[in-house]
Write a new protein. Sequence first.
Length: 240
Amino acid sequence: MANSYFQFKQFRVEQAHCAMKVCTDACVLGAMAAVAGARRVLDIGTGTGLLALMAAQRNSTATIEAVELDAAAAAQAAENFAASPWAERLRAYPISLAQFAATHPASYDHILCNPPFFRQSLRSPDAQRTTARHTANDTLTFTEISRFAADFLTEQGKLTVLLPPPEMLHFEQDAAAAGLYPTARLALHHRPGSRALRHITAFGRQPQPVSTQTLLLHDADEAVYSQEFRALLGGFYLHL
């Protein structure tokens, strides 16, 4: 049986009550998003609280808030925040993004999101897993995320999102309709020669040429993390 937690170098993520567990691509998002210098950071759909915790480790002064619709996951995130070294700078809100927007929060310098992304596939009979994995009118939609970011980012603020490449194309359309445009993209590949599994894309308010980079998770030997991955996650993973 797998552990009910994931142990990082500076914090632990308990995840027994969350539909979506800690995964490699989310860790890459947390390690590379440009949160340095941000005063206020928001994690939309925080789940376990992973991205918020990674942002707190990387930015020693930012106030970091997190929104999570699923009550059990929100409670687990709050517990993970309280047990971390940065408890005083982290807060979880167990409400929908629409409810959170209605509180009129102050603007954010950076918004992070690893959103639900299955648009056409059959829904899971597990309601909690459906909320975490499937974008729909009754969960968290690309349009809702984009409009919220357009309303609550600072003028120079960034929204950074993790999605499979086909879903990212849909997200970019919704973001453009809200007035947000891609500025940088990281394509995640499992190994040399493989197709991109995920895109991590940063959005800002001004259209501009997109800076694109590639990250290999593994070398040709799939049991070995790539040098670039080890450098990126070295401050987080226990055995790197």
